[in-house]
Design a protein around this ligand. Structure first.
Ligand code: 13P
Length: 271
């Protein structure tokens, strides 16, 4: 399984960091991770739109992949405030983050809108990073699994297996994200990743469905990153606050990588 050859580690800087901050941050992160072979690490940063051009110029894409935090679903048109896939292509973006919890729950995006964005991103050759996750209320009501399945089935409606090879998924429970968030326990996160995996296999077949990376996000920090990455269904970490300092992010990267590959070895010995 190619998915297990690499660990996926990245951050979304949300509405933080100016152009100068982002360039500084990327240069630092690149320097701190200079020795880490990129054949084993997919390192990505998703900064704000205005920083993308400068960001791409300061770091080679093979070292740190860049993503956009959102994207409109038409190439152009009367969509004030939206950003076009053509504009993102122009600045060398690889990943398009779609359906982050803050876009769904603060800005009111729906699964149907996320679906249009996923299809558009795939059409343009981007890697869509579809974010899904249940709210605290849905968790309380015991419908988390159903919500995850629904978000995947609507969000990925019309995606064919060949296209799904370019897809990444992030499980980010809404209640776990941000300053008031409580991180999911490793057992809970792993269980939900298994539900997501099962749905992806149902949608795209075993070969493709079992190879799509699933990242966990929501209050990941230096203390819980190691236990999360040792769980069999977690392929990477999507980190906010704890990754916004290059040295601290690099510390997390160095700590989790050996654990991930040790896990991979023991997995391989089972098959
Ligand atoms: P925090 O790690 O700050 O909770 O944010 C996670 C997140 O939203 C990543 O997209």
């Amino acid at each position: 399984m190619a998915r297990l050859d690499k660990i996926y580690l990245g951050t979304n800087t949300k509405m933080y960091k100016t152009i100068a901050d982002t360039v500084d941050y990327l240069m630092g992160l690149n320097a701190f991770t200079a020795e880490v072979p990129r054949s084993r690490l997919e390192l990505f940063v998703i900064p704000s739109f205005t920083t993308l051009d400068a960001a791409r110029r300061c770091i080679p894409a093979v070292k740190i992949s860049l993503g956009a935090q959102n994207m409109g679903w038409e190439d152009e048109g009367q969509f004030t405030g939206e950003i076009s896939p053509l504009m993102l292509k122009e600045v060398g973006v690889k990943i398009v983050e779609i359906g982050h919890s803050e876009r769904r729950h603060v800005l009111g995006e729906t699964d149907l809108q996320e679906n249009k964005k996923v299809l558009c991103a795939l059409r343009h050759g981007f890697t869509p990073l579809l974010c899904i996750g249940e709210t605290a209320e849905q968790k309380e009501l015991g419908v988390s699994d159903e919500i995850l399945c629904m978000q995947l089935k609507i969000g990925l409606h019309g995606v064919i297996p060949e296209q799904a090879k370019n897809l990444w998924v992030a499980y980010e429970p809404v209640w776990a994200i941000g300053v008031n968030g409580v991180p999911a326990t490793k057992e809970y996160a792993d269980e939900k990743h298994a539900v997501i995996r099962q749905t992806l296999v149902e949608l795209f077949g075993y070969e493709v469905g079992s190879d799509i990376p699933i990242l966990y996000g929501g209050s990941v920090n230096r203390d819980n990153a190691e236990e999360l990455i040792q769980m069999p269904n977690i392929d990477g970490l999507f980190i906010g606050r704890s990754a916004w300092n290059a040295a601290s992010f690099s510390e997390i990267i160095q700590a989790v990588m050996p654990l991930f590959f040790a896990r991979k070895k023991s997995f391989k010995s089972l098959i």
